[in-house]
Design a protein around this ligand. Structure first.
Ligand code: ADP
Ligand code: MG
Length: 701
């Protein structure tokens, strides 16, 4: 055996052997005793309770009943026979049915003797009927010590084929627990277990596999989930503390001339409370000695740009340069425009650097950046190229709109000796609980308030059969001087079909809205960038009233006069995408509308998505629903984190436990930030061995 019993390879367990050990490894990733102990059941067959026949309900899963067979007969049917027993207790009667092996069964069944039966009772022809029940004479049943709640383990087809049944796995685990229980160390501090009334590790493992009762099971599961989340939180928080202590940042000590000038004379509107709060958070970071790594979340239209610009002014006031990087050309241009609008009156120079800036225009930009003569650069990934060197980059703002990869952030980091402060802006609301586990070591600011006077977008769901009414509505809105987006899905797998849909749509729109009265723009991925640009521009300038497009418009474009968003085949879009699209309207003073078109046949999920869109404008609420529908594994960015490969906890369903775990992890670190106390040695060692840090900061530092 391995010196550490838990690390012993499973092949040493009696009855496993090398062949099955290899199979367990391949199929379930079970290599060691510990892996086997952590192979948790995903459900249990509850034999802790006995039902009376009159208590049976059609919704019952498996039930266990004590009664007697009062009558037994063979019934002829089309193919062969079936054996039917009338089974009774003191409350009623039901049927037991066998379709196979009747002879064998008939010979062994005892009439009028008490049996314990177990199985699924179906409602059939006015009574309950249980096919092929498990049965045992009550007298025998009572003699045996038995497992009352049977674990059912996740498994694979291959394992089944090779004779590794659920029963066998359960037996192995049972044996293993008997064998090494005494050697399983406690892995939570005693104080914590006391405070939270948690069962010990051994007890919890025993009960999670072979529970004595539902209650014992619940306690065991809580303890194991808590432990799992507690260590992740501890690890993330520790890492963050270390980063703050180790990685020095530029200190933006002064709130200087430019910031104050802007605030007093050029601020185009009063900041919202949320914007002010976030600015304060950013300022506190920038003024500290640690490098800032902050995620700024704010729904579309919540006003992130002004916050970014003011943070850049802080950098400038302290003698540093700042840059703002966007994921697409269009978005970079739009940022460039808005930043210039704000900075021109201040006399602060801003340059744009994207892939389409010509080489001869690039050169002076490169030079002036290197000399430190250019204070603000806006651009795309072109900014990340090796050639682009700053004299003293103090702040890098990345507008990711959920498109930007972590690798790019890493490049930002390499631009200076001392890394610049980094602010990542995202319009994809990440539910707080998830953000906590994903970005536990990132500071998070949230703009959770829209600028005043914004009218919430009114959203409706319409069927294809309502199309004429929808057209009439569009005509009316255009008559009022508004502009309209009509968006078609574009999904990689069926690009050709989607393209056809788009073109058909475009044709029918131009028929319904003919020139010269109406002008229709079209933009899609197959167009040349110049043509796209040209069409976008025409629409933005109000020269066309309708923009037919694929999701290329999801990111970017800000046309305040566009007040209607029609989304075709809306059921094919994900929730976050629908929300992003809707964010394209509602930017001006007028009441805006979002019309979700769908066919009349919708999947359950599709229906939920559309209903969610109709019922709320709150990005966080939408993100929560999205998370529930798709599961955390599919959410943006989670694949990289590896954090969600949890054994027993679920960051969505167990978010209360997550909060508790985080609270206690914090408390422990407040008391002992370096985990240097004797009593925390076990924790320190455990965290050191954890390999959950395959998350974003590994790409960076
Ligand atoms: P996003 O968070 O989507 O990037 P923007 O920064 O583009 O949002 O802001 C959306 C619009 O709201 C812009 O036209 C901006 O000028 C305006 N805006 C931002 N903050 C305020 C505010 N506090 N009061 C009024 N308008 C604001
Ligand atoms: Mg923006």
């Amino acid at each position: 055996m391995h010196p550490n019993a838990l690390q012993t390879p499973v092949t040493y367990l009696k009855g496993v052997g090398p062949g099955r050990a290899a199979l367990l490894g391949r199929e379930l990733g079970i290599d060691t005793y510990q892996d086997l102990l952590y192979h948790f059941p995903n459900r249990y067959i509850d034999k802790s309770r006995f039902y009376k026949i009159h208590e049976l309900e059609r919704s019952n899963a498996d039930v266990q009943i004590i009664g007697r067979i009062v009558h037994l007969k063979s019934v002829e049917q089309k193919r062969g026979q079936r054996l039917v027993a009338t089974f009774a207790d003191d409350t009623g009667e039901m049927e037991l049915v066998w379709f196979r092996g009747q002879k064998w069964i008939q010979d062994r069944l005892k009439i009028n003797e008490p049996y314990v039966i177990f199985g699924k009772a179906n409602w059939f022809n006015g009574k309950f009927s249980m096919p092929h029940p498990e049965m045992e004479l009550l007298s025998r049943f009572q003699q045996q010590k038995r497992i009352r709640m049977q674990p059912v383990y996740p498994s694979t087809e291959k394992l089944g084929q090779r004779g590794v049944t659920n029963r066998l796995i359960a037996q192995w685990i049972y044996k293993l627990l008997e064998e090494i229980s005494a050697q399983i160390p406690e892995t939570l501090p005693a104080i914590l277990m006391e405070e939270l009334h948690l069962p010990g590790k051994r007890e919890a493992l025993q009960q999670v596999h072979f529970p004595d009762s539902q209650n014992a099971l619940a306690r065991a599961r809580f303890r194991l989930k808590f432990e799992e989340l507690f260590y992740i939180q501890l690890a993330l928080l520790t890492k963050k503390l270390q980063r703050k202590n180790r990685i020095k940042g530029h200190v933006f000590g002064v709130v200087g001339e430019q910031f104050t000038r802007f605030y007093e004379h050029f601020l185009p509107f009063e900041l919202t409370t949320a914007q002010k709060r976030v600015l304060k958070e950013i300022r506190a970071d920038l003024g500290s000695h640690a490098q800032m790594n902050r995620l700024l979340q704010g729904d579309v239209g919540s006003g992130k740009t002004i916050v970014a610009v003011m943070a850049m002014l802080l950098a400038i006031d302290n003698g540093f340069q700042a840059c703002l990087v966007a994921p697409t050309e269009i978005l970079a241009q739009q940022h460039y425009q808005s930043v210039r609008e704000l900075m021109d009156p201040m006399g602060i120079e801003v340059a744009l650097l994207t892939g389409s800036v010509r080489a001869k225009d690039r050169k002076p930009i490169h030079e002036r950046l290197r000399e430190g003569a250019l204070p603000i650069l806006v651009g795309t990934h072109a900014v990340l190229e090796e050639k682009v060197r700053f004299a003293n980059l103090g702040l890098a703002i990345i507008d990711e709109q959920h498109r930007f990869g972590v690798a790019q952030r890493a490049k930002m980091w390499k631009k200076n000796q001392t890394p610049p402060h980094i602010l990542v802006m995202t319009a994809t609301p990440i539910p707080r609980t998830l953000a906590m586990s994903l970005y536990g070591d990132l500071d998070i600011s949230v703009i959770d308030q829209l600028p005043p006077g914004r009218k919430p977008v009114r959203t409706v769901h319409r069927r294809d059969s309502d199309r004429l009414r929808v057209f009439a509505f569009l005509r009316e809105q255009i008559g009022l001087g508004r502009q309209v987006y009509i968006v078609y899905p574009l999904i990689q797998e069926s690009e050709a079909l989607d393209y056809k849909d788009l073109m058909d749509g475009y044709e029918s729109i131009t028929r319904e809205f003919p020139p010269p009265e109406y002008q229709v723009s079209i933009v899609h991925g197959k167009m040349k960038p110049e043509d796209k640009e040209f069409e976008m521009k025409r629409f933005a300038e109000g020269k066309t009233q309708i923009m037919v497009a694929t999701t290329v418009i999801e990111v970017g474009v800000n046309v305040p006069n566009a007040s209607v968003m029609v989304i075709e085949s809306a059921e094919r879009f994900g929730l976050s995408q629908l929300h992003q699209l809707r964010g394209r309207v509602g930017r001006g003073a007028e009441q805006s509308f979002c019309i979700l078109m769908s066919s009349s046949r919708l999947s359950e999920d599709g229906k939920t998505r559309l209903q969610t869109m109709v019922s709320t404008n709150d990005g966080f609420e939408i993100a929560e629903t999205d998370l529930k529908l798709r599961g955390p594994g599919n959410l943006m960015g989670t694949q990289q984190s590896g954090l969600l490969a949890l054994k027993i906890a679920d960051v969505v369903r167990d978010k209360d436990i997550l909060q508790t775990a985080r609270y206690h992890a914090r408390k422990l670190l407040d008391r002992d930030p370096a985990l240097s106390l004797e009593e925390h040695q076990m924790i320190r060692d455990k965290i050191r061995r954890m390999d959950i840090f395959r998350n974003i900061w590994d790409y960076i530092s």
